[in-house]
Design a protein around this ligand. Structure first.
Ligand SMILES: Cc1ncc(COP(=O)(O)O)c(C=O)c1O
Length: 387
């Protein structure tokens, strides 16, 4: 069995996943990768690129047609304009985008305001940059709202930027338009950069609305925006993401991209081009599936009397397990060992989240139902809760 006790953050999650894979019948409701096949027209475009363009050269920032398609996408869905020549860099998925964005924006000794809980890899990237994360509390009672006043109170003379991940991973909260406006105004007043991770922007539920900070007056000049095709087109393994932002910062991003991995695979770039310029129905289909699955998880948690903040966007629910009296890693491991279901412990997303479990709905409905049934059985066995 993989040793999970000494590990933290991303390393802990990988160790748990390795342990889970030792059970042939495991149902993974932890990891955040979509379960759908990549739409066939995208696969076909990759096939064609293999035949025709596989050995073509690409500049480190990506081929121009893809950068143009990204600029179009950003205009259509994010409501701001970028120059594909100087304000777009294609990256190896969201993960590389995140790393390059942090490295380009935050220098040694500088601080990044980081709403807590937060996608764990930001802290890893910050360590490489020599910067420090300054957590800004968000709470389930207020649906993990980022309070601009708390953000303002956390600013010091070392603060360089604020991080906004909306929809958020793991909290599944979406920053309301008025709050985005207030946060952008704060960044303008205090001369801060904004790092905006919008990887889940196509998956927003009920009446919640996604708003890009760069679409707010004053925002574009100081915001680096990250996105990727991994979630929207179920293309995790293809590794296509991007950063957009002001030309001076993007020159630094481009320099870092050239120095680390160079250009993305040309085959993936052509697949990405097909995703952005081809039919968008697959995204709608996935959104509808996630809506139904989200409801299933909410109903199952209600049946187990487990409370949670309303998941406003993304592909997971951050559930409150404080009533169990157990810490999140203990409970996640017991559920895994008893019933072979993996949900991620909240502690991997920051020390304040010992009382939470992140449950993803990235399984087909029948498998998700079985996973939820098994989770309920495990809870009954472990705690004797309502079964
Ligand atoms: C908020 C957030 N940003 C970035 C990433 C990285 O995305 P990718 O899979 O494209 O590397 C993830 C992945 O789950 C994520 O949740």
């Amino acid at each position: 069995m993989a040793n999970t006790n000494q590990k933290k953050g991303t390393d802990l999650l990988y160790a748990l996943l390795a342990q889970a894979r030792e059970y042939p019948d495991v149902i993974v409701m932890g990891r955040g990768d979509p379960d759908f096949d990549t739409p066939p027209h995208i696969v076909a475009a990759a096939g064609k690129a293999m035949q025709q363009n596989a050995n073509d050269d690409s500049p480190p920032e990506g081929i121009l047609p893809l950068r143009q398609a990204i600029a179009e996408r950003v205009k259509q869905y994010n409501h701001f304009e970028v120059d594909p020549e100087t304000e777009v860099v294609v990256t190896n998925g969201g993960q590389e985008a995140l790393f390059l964005m942090v490295l380009a924006a935050v220098g040694v000794g500088e601080e990044l305001l980081t709403p807590d809980p937060n996608y764990n890899t930001y802290n890893d990237a910050l360590r490489f940059a020599g910067g420090t994360s300054v957590p800004v509390s968000t709470r389930p009672e207020t649906n993990f709202r980022i309070d601009p006043a708390l953000m303002a109170a956390a600013i010091t003379d070392k603060t360089r930027a604020m991080l906004l991940v909306s929809p958020n991973n793991p909290a599944a909260s979406v920053i309301a338009p008025d709050d985005v406006r207030a946060l952008v105004n704060l960044a303008v007043d205090r001369d801060l950069l904004i790092l905006s991770d919008e990887i889940y922007d196509r998956f927003v539920y009920d009446d919640f609305v996604h708003t890009s900070p760069a679409s707010i007056p004053g925002g574009k000049e100081r915001t680096l925006t990250l996105n990727a095709l991994s979630k929207a087109f179920s293309m995790t393994g293809w590794r296509v993401g991007w950063i957009t932002g002001p030309a001076d910062l993007m020159a630094q991003v481009k320099h870092l991209k050239a120095a680390t991995s160079g250009p993305n695979s040309i085959i993936s770039q052509h697949a990405g081009l097909a995703a952005l310029t081809g039919p968008q129905e697959p995204v709608e289909m996935m959104l509808n599936a996630y809506k139904a699955r989200r409801r299933m998880v909410m109903d199952a948690l209600d049946a187990m009397d487990i409370s949670y903040a309303t998941p406003q966007g993304g592909q997971f629910i951050f559930a409150d397990i404080s009533f169990t009296g157990m810490n999140s890693l203990e409970l996640a491991k017991l559920i895994l060992e008893e019933e072979h279901v993996l949900a991620y412990p909240g502690s991997a997303f920051g020390p304040s989240w010992e009382n939470s479990l992140r449950i993803t709905f990235l399984q087909p409905e029948d498998k998700l139902k079985e996973g939820l049934d098994r989770m309920q059985r495990a809870m009954t066995k472990i705690l004797g809760v309502k079964g």
